[in-house]
Design a protein around this ligand. Structure first.
Ligand code: PGA
Length: 245
């Protein structure tokens, strides 16, 4: 079985470079005999140069939370620092910063051209009827528009229902809901890229994942990893998540 992908999305935390260094070192130094997971840590852009050229034997990889097509965070800079993954289309950027599907689509293509693996976040704002999922369908179709089949294997999808994210009031989705959504996402990916290529794409779940629920979520929903916000900011808790998988 391929490894689970566990992504730490630090958002705009912690406040200082020293704390960022400490958190990073505690996580990287605390991982032993990691056979089951590939771990991507995505600190705020301002702290990334602290980790330039970082390599790890523990399966820890550097990622980023954004780049701008016209602005101060370029894809070339992320590559030069050594980032391998990039979180794109996070709901907080879509909702709070008005990021459009067109922008997300352009960023995905730019990331792929530059050998950065995009972690595309998609999510429904509520789950009251079947129609609510149509938002995820249109995000997938628009954000992946024009992406070539040969690049599909380098894309990761993170299903992050907005209502499940911890700082939006969060309650984790049930494994049944996650399974249903990830199956539907896989169907759309098959429509876009064909069954064979779609089957190689990792689908993650994000939203209030912690050390108590991670194992259940992964095993019962069948997703291939998790995108973790709040629980990735405490080294002990994050290490427990890794160890509990
Ligand atoms: P959470 O955040 O784990 O704190 O719910 C997930 C995310 O927003 O990526």
């Amino acid at each position: 079985m391929s490894k689970y992908l566990i992504v730490a999305n630090w958002k705009n935390n912690p406040a200082t470079q020293d704390e960022a260094q400490e958190l990073f070192n505690s996580v990287n130094g605390g991982i032993n005999n990691n056979q089951k997971t590939e771990i991507v840590i995505c600190p705020p852009f301002i702290f990334l140069p602290t980790f330039r050229g970082f390599t790890s034997e523990n399966g820890v990889i550097l990622g980023a939370q954004n780049f701008d097509l016209e602005g101060e965070e370029s894809v070339e800079t992320l590559k030069e620092i050594g980032c391998q993954y990039i979180i794109l289309g996070h709901s907080e950027r879509r909702v709070n910063l008005g990021e459009t599907d067109e922008t997300v689509n352009n960023k995905i293509k730019t990331a792929l051209e530059n050998n950065l693996k995009p972690i595309l976040c998609v999510g429904d704002k509520k789950r009251e009827s079947k129609e609510d999922f149509s938002e995820v369908v249109s995000q997938l179709k628009e954000d992946l528009n024009g992406v070539k089949e040969k690049d599909a294997q380098n894309i990761i999808i993170a299903y992050e229902p907005v209502w499940a994210i911890s700082n939006m009031g969060g309650r984790p989705a049930t494994p049944e809901d996650i399974k249903e959504s990830s199956d539907s996402i896989r169907e759309i990916l098959s429509e876009l890229f064909g069954n064979e290529s779609a089957s190689q794409i990792k689908i993650l779940y994000g939203g209030s994942v912690d050390s108590d629920n991670v194992k259940n979520i992964l095993l019962e929903s069948g997703v291939q990893g998790a995108l973790i916000g709040a629980a990735s900011l405490k080294a002990d808790e994050f290490l427990k998540i890794i160890n509990n998988i």
